[in-house]
Ligand binder design. Structure first.
Ligand code: CP
Ligand code: NVA
Length: 306
């Protein structure tokens, strides 16, 4: 049996993904009822962060602790990774001592290379190209508020970035339609899109994407690593703000999500996080429950191999 990793959403089958979302809600109920569930006593998660994080770090660290295990935070600043030790060597050494590894980094090839030399499951905690853990939380949140997302219409407003790519994969796997509203030059990459013409449509304005949407999602205009482009992007994205007026074009039951952190006055209006359709706080909390379901799945799959 091959070692399972989670580098993009499509490392799961659609059935596995759906089961994982149900399991996440079950683990959430247990946690809210203060039921102790510690199947992974003694297991250790390594967390490599080459970019900043609040939600990802806390949710993974709390999640493995709630399972009875523990986590080690590894920053390139104080490991040899930051001094140029090759990824392949690091992967062999780190995975020989740990049970599961999460990595947040720049190039997607870094998580791929790490995974190919790792002897334990590797989770992508965000790369420049994908943010699959966030999608687990978003899909769980939609399902908890509105039921199945299959057949629904989701509008992605803003940059064709890592989050957008993971939404594209989710549309394919969960059977919803994704309408991307992005400025010219900031659409998702055509080579990535080619496979998904059946479920994704791209518009160069926010309004056409938002019409009749069941879920509207946005993200920052300049992602981590693009800080110098901030001013340029503010100009390019000015007409792509999610605000109360845009929400009026959507279906009356439409939900609003944002992976956070958010920039009020840029990609969202001042009060958008508190809008009646906003579920951003549930979405953030669900990072914990969804990733616990993910770690449980990967750790159990790996145990079956031994
Ligand atoms: N949404 C998200 O991944 O948040 P952090 O950058 O705080 O981890
Ligand atoms: N697209 C954003 C997501 C942050 C959680 C970034 O990569 O910075």
């Amino acid at each position: 049996m091959a070692l399972r990793h989670f580098l993009t959403l499509r490392d799961l089958s659609s059935t596995e993904l759906k089961n994982l979302l149900d399991r996440a809600s079950e683990l959430k109920r247990q946690q809210h009822n203060n039921e102790l569930f510690q199947p992974f006593k003694g297991k250790v998660l390594g967390m490599i962060f080459e970019k900043s994080s609040t939600r990802t770090r806390i949710s993974f660290e709390a999640g493995i602790a709630q399972f009875g295990g523990s986590a080690i935070f590894l920053s390139p600043r104080d490991t040899q990774l930051g001094r140029g030790e090759p990824i392949e060597d690091s992967a062999r050494v780190i995975s020989s001592m740990l049970d599961i590894v999460m990595i947040r980094t720049f190039g997607h090839d870094v998580v791929q290379r790490f995974a190919s030399y790792s002897s334990v499951p590797v989770i992508n905690g965000l790369t420049d190209d994908h943010h699959p853990c966030q999608l687990l939380a978003d899909l769980q949140t939609y399902q908890e508020h509105r039921g199945s997302i299959q057949g629904k219409t989701v509008a992605w407003i803003g940059d064709g970035n890592n989050m957008c790519n993971s939404y594209i994969e989710a549309a394919h796997m969960m059977g919803f339609k994704l309408k991307v509203g992005a400025p010219k030059g900031y659409e998702p990459k055509p080579e990535f899109m080619a496979e998904f013409a059946h479920c994704v449509e791209v518009f160069n304005n926010a309004e056409d994407a938002a019409v009749n949407a069941d879920l509207i999602v946005t993200d920052v205009w300049a992602s981590m690593g693009q800080e110098e482009e901030q001013k340029l992007r503010e100009a390019a994205f000015a007409a792509f703000q999610v605000n109360e007026k845009l929400m009026e074009l959507a279906h009356p039951d439409c939900l609003f999500m944002h992976c956070l952190p958010a920039h009020r006055g840029e990609e969202i209006s001042e009060h958008m996080l508190d809008h009646k359709s906003s579920v951003v706080w549930d979405e953030a909390e669900n990072r914990l429950h969804a990733q616990k379901a993910l770690m449980e799945f990967l750790l159990n799959e790996n145990l079956k191999r031994s």
